[in-house]
Structures are given as C-alpha cells and as structure tokens.
Design a protein. Structure first.
Length: 147
C-alpha cells in the first residue's frame, strides 16, 4: 500500500499535480522499517548495478534515513529506489534494453534534483565508505609519466 502512495506522489510531483491528499495518507508512517527494507533491496541490487549504479541509490538512501527529511521527500525517495530495484517497470529493460533503463534513471535523477540540498558532505562520505566496503577501493588510471 505504501509503495502505491509513494509511486503516485513521485508521478504526481513529476506532473506538477497536487499531492496533499496523498501525503495525508503517509503522515503517520514509521519510515524506519521501510528504510531497512530499502537497504536490503539496494544490497541485492548492488551486484547487478555495480558501483556506478549504486552510488545514487545510496545517496538517496542516506537522505531517506535522515530524520530531517520531510514526508514528501521520503515518499519520493522511497518510490524512486523501489522502482529502480524492482523487477517490474513501466518500460522493462529485458524487452527494450537501453530504453528500459532510461525510465529508472529518469526517476532517480528527478528525485536527486529535488533533494540535492540534503546531500551533505557527511552523506557523501558514508556513501564512499559503503561503496568501498562492497566493491573495494576506487582506482583511477593515471599517466605514469606524471608520477
């Protein structure tokens, strides 16, 4: 039920429609349990999505887990993450390849732009730590002549 309301809030926000009636349904939600479920989903997705695919999801997850994040922001973040890690999509990637990935990317980018001000340096550091724990340190290629 919460997934439906969150997805509607995401779509309505994207379309510029009024979401007050939907937010009312979510005002007493205990987001902690939902955050734990999202964390489990991101960990499963990590193997498929890799470092690059997980980074924006982790940033959103840490914003979702922040008590200062509003219900509206939490609903949008929750919807975007669940939509990305869920096997069910509006445009399935297994049928439409690149096009099937675009709808998920659009949802994530839209929400990241809405909550960008909540992504603090502390959140960036947490994301980096988790990525290093899951994938090892990030390496960069450099020109040996400049060493």
């Amino acid at each position: 039920m919460i997934i439906t309301f969150c997805l509607l809030i995401l779509v309505y926000t994207f379309l510029g429609k009024d979401i007050k009636h939907l937010l009312e349904k979510l005002k007493n939600v205990d987001w902690k349990g939902y955050c734990d479920n999202v964390w489990s989903a991101i960990k499963k997705y990590a193997k498929k999505g890799g470092r690059i695919g997980c980074e924006p999801l982790l940033k959103l997850w840490f914003v979702l887990d922040d008590p200062k994040t509003s219900t509206w922001e939490k609903a949008m973040i929750y919807a975007a993450i669940i939509y990305t890690v869920s096997p069910m999509n509006i445009i399935p990637a297994y049928l439409y390849k690149f096009l099937g990935i675009l709808d998920e990317g659009a949802a994530i980018l839209f929400v990241i732009n809405k909550v960008r001000n909540k992504m603090t340096p502390a959140i960036e550091n947490k994301v980096k730590d988790v990525l290093e724990e899951w994938f090892g340190p990030e390496y960069t290629v450099c020109d040996a002549r400049n060493l």
